[in-house]
Write a protein that binds this ligand. Structure first.
Ligand SMILES: Cc1cc2nc3c(=O)[nH]c(=O)nc-3n(C[C@H](O)[C@H](O)[C@H](O)COP(=O)(O)OP(=O)(O)OC[C@H]3O[C@@H](n4cnc5c(N)ncnc54)[C@H](O)[C@@H]3O)c2cc1C
Length: 587
């Protein structure tokens, strides 16, 4: 007999675990979250927060979204990605990033009701965790997962209570392993992985110093400093990352991964800070120093029948593209409505299998993208003339050659501009953030073909209502004139049906199926003199169905199914779609 029982046990209170707890509690599913430490994240680590993650926070409630913006550095201060010889020294070039280029601003505004921002993990985790606890999550800190045993009806997990030194057993219907990059849950669940851990070594130096005079005129999250010879035999690039404008900073500096992680003393850390800033007398208050490894590994299958892993547990990669905590929170958004529906007997257990089917390709994609982005600094180094010698004096001379009035220098300048512009694949990669289209039994296409992508699928978001795609955002208007996003009409743990004039049959069918399947289904009729109006015409342009067709939207905003036209038998059509998507047996 276990000491404690709950419906879902969550190991870890990082972005993945805390988001899962917040979502499950919002969906009225009993859950417990444990963390082996007594506190949440103590260093800022993840920070870039993309629009899709903000949509998850918005779904948790306007107060959650508002609090994120309250603590975040706003988008306007994020985007001057500077390459320089030091913060005080010469600038080599710049890229407008994270949705701040005028073209990109328009694309972001058109794509989502939310704004990209910079929210350090030290703010994100407490926000998600407190949302979870205030909505019913049982949290146990200083509780370490040791092992679990899964059987046909549930999972028995053994933990160590680090306050008493005693073992505690917890019985749950399901177990979520959100226990980070060294996941013991994933290991014990026997999940298959591809790739390699420890492909690079990094040192984080967290410090306080007022750097306004070097950066306030070119506000950014990231400043890349190239100092030939700063590390023996290497190119000498370091990252100065803003944590709070413009007084708290994190420097990321490399170390040779073939050697043991270095002991970083205060003197060394202070020297790196002063060198990269370019001010030998800078007053620096060091906050913390740590080492970590760059990984290139992802799970190819994410679950057993009752154990699900998410976050860094299944995708381990460098911070490039800022995808770490974003993807972790989005993993939770994918899984939690499915767990809620199964726990409440509103869906068949096979629905849970779609978690791995849908999210394993995302894990592979983001790990590959983030590691590729590191390699894509190469053309910048080549253009600066840093790759054909290891002599720092020659490197410096090569860099400086670019200012001459010669054909070779003109070519060098063009190559540098192109190389910097190419880094949009790391710093303005909107498609990677927003284009997820799921292919599984929980997205019923009825044979309608994938519309593909009009532009570069990594750089640009392409809206579509093809089943599996995220519902496109447009602004709509409800009675009284208040503006709502199409996404706001959906979510909150429930399925939603959207239709237009002539689609009343869908509304009746949804009401009937709601009681037949014991499943709340929200409905919205959109059109002139209807409860929701499309004054701008954007909905009509985005929906890709006729007025009398319908879209069935999953609780995570992805399209479950669509009927392009009026149906002769909406009840039968909708029943078939819902039963298929929810794995409820014969439709
Ligand atoms: C040093 C470092 C620097 C990083 N910098 C960046 C960055 O700049 N940008 C970026 O986007 N990403 C960065 N990341 C990655 C980012 O922090 C992660 O992607 C994100 O935190 C993943 O969230 P998660 O919830 O999956 O895992 P984590 O945040 O790692 O959380 C894991 C949770 O599980 C708990 N846990 C682990 N084992 C056990 C156990 N046995 N029992 C109980 N609890 C356990 C931990 O205490 C923690 O609460 C960095 C990561 C590291 C390690």
């Amino acid at each position: 007999m276990a000491d404690i029982s709950t419906d879902v046990l969550i190991i870890g209170t990082g972005p993945a675990g805390s988001a899962s707890a917040a979502l499950l509690s919002s969906y009225d599913v009993e859950n417990m979250a444990i963390n082996r430490y007594r506190w949440l994240a103590s260093t800022p680590r993840a920070h870039i927060t993309n629009q899709r993650t903000m949509e998850v926070l918005r779904d948790l409630g306007p107060e959650v979204e508002a609090e994120a913006y309250l603590h975040a550095t706003p988008n306007e201060l994020m985007g001057n990605n500077v390459f320089c010889e030091s913060l005080a020294g010469e600038e080599l070039g710049r890229l407008q990033t994270w949705g701040t280029h005028p073209n990109s601003i328009a694309e972001h505004l058109l794509s989502s009701p939310t704004r990209m921002n910079d929210l350090p993990q030290t703010f994100m985790e407490p926000l998600l965790f407190k949302t979870a606890c205030s909505r019913g999550t049982q949290a146990r800190m200083s509780t370490e997962y040791l092992r679990h045993a899964e059987d046909e009806t549930g999972v028995t997990t053994t933990c160590l209570d680090r306050l008493t030194g005693r073992e505690v057993t917890i019985r749950s219907k399901y177990l979520i392993g959100a226990d980070g990059g060294n996941s013991l849950v994933a290991q014990q669940a026997g999940l298959p992985f591809e790739g390699k851990m420890g492909v690079g070594g990094s040192i984080n130096i967290l410090f306080k110093a007022d750097l306004s005079r070097f950066v306030a005129h070119r506000p950014s999250v990231l400043y890349w400093v190239v100092q030939p010879g700063a590390d023996v035999g290497g190119i000498g690039m370091g990252l100065v990352r803003m944590v709070r404008p413009w007084t708290e900073w994190l420097i990321v500096w490399g170390y040779d991964i073939t050697q043991p992680a270095p002991e970083v003393d205060e003197a060394f850390a202070r020297k790196v800070v002063r060198d990269l800033v370019g001010d030998p007398g800078l007053a620096v208050e060091l906050t913390s120093v740590s080492t970590w490894t760059v990984n290139n590994m992802f799970a190819t299958h994410l679950q057993t029948a009752r154990v699900f892993c998410m976050g860094d547990a299944i995708h381990r990669h460098p911070p490039s593209n800022g995808l770490g905590s974003n993807t972790s929170i989005q993993d939770a958004f994918n899984l939690c409505w499915k767990l809620a529906h199964v726990v409440k007997s509103q869906a068949g257990a096979a629905l849970l299998d779609t978690f791995s089917v849908e999210r394993a390709p995302v894990a592979r994609q983001i790990v590959t993208r983030a590691n590729q982005s590191i390699g894509e600094f190469g053309p910048i180094f080549e253009a600066l003339g840093l790759t054909d010698t290891i002599d720092p004096v020659r490197m410096q001379a090569n860099m400086e050659a670019r200012v001459q009035d010669t054909p070779a220098a003109e070519k060098q300048r063009a190559a540098l501009r192109a190389a910097i512009a190419f880094k949009a694949y790391e710093f303005d990669c909107h498609g990677v953030e927003m284009n997820q289209r799921y292919r599984s039994s929980a997205a019923l296409t009825d044979g309608q073909p994938d519309p593909g992508f009009a532009g570069d699928a990594e750089l640009h978001y392409h809206p579509s209502t093809w089943p599996g795609a995220r519902l496109p955002h447009v602004w709509l208007f409800i009675a009284g004139g208040a503006r709502v996003s199409s996404l706001d009409l959906c979510g909150h743990g429930q399925f939603t049906l959207l239709t237009g004039i002539g689609g009343d049959g869908w509304l009746t069918a949804a009401a009937e199926l709601s009681s037949e399947l014991g499943l709340p289904i929200k409905t919205h009729l959109i059109g002139p003199r209807q409860p929701v109006e499309d004054h701008l015409g954007d909905w009509a342009r985005a929906r890709e169905i006729d007025d009398a067709g319908c879209l069935l939207i999953r609780p995570d905003h992805h399209v479950a199914w669509r009927a392009p036209k009026r149906s002769a038998d909406p009840l039968a059509d909708l029943r078939r779609a819902l039963k298929t998507v929810l794995s409820l047996g014969e439709a």
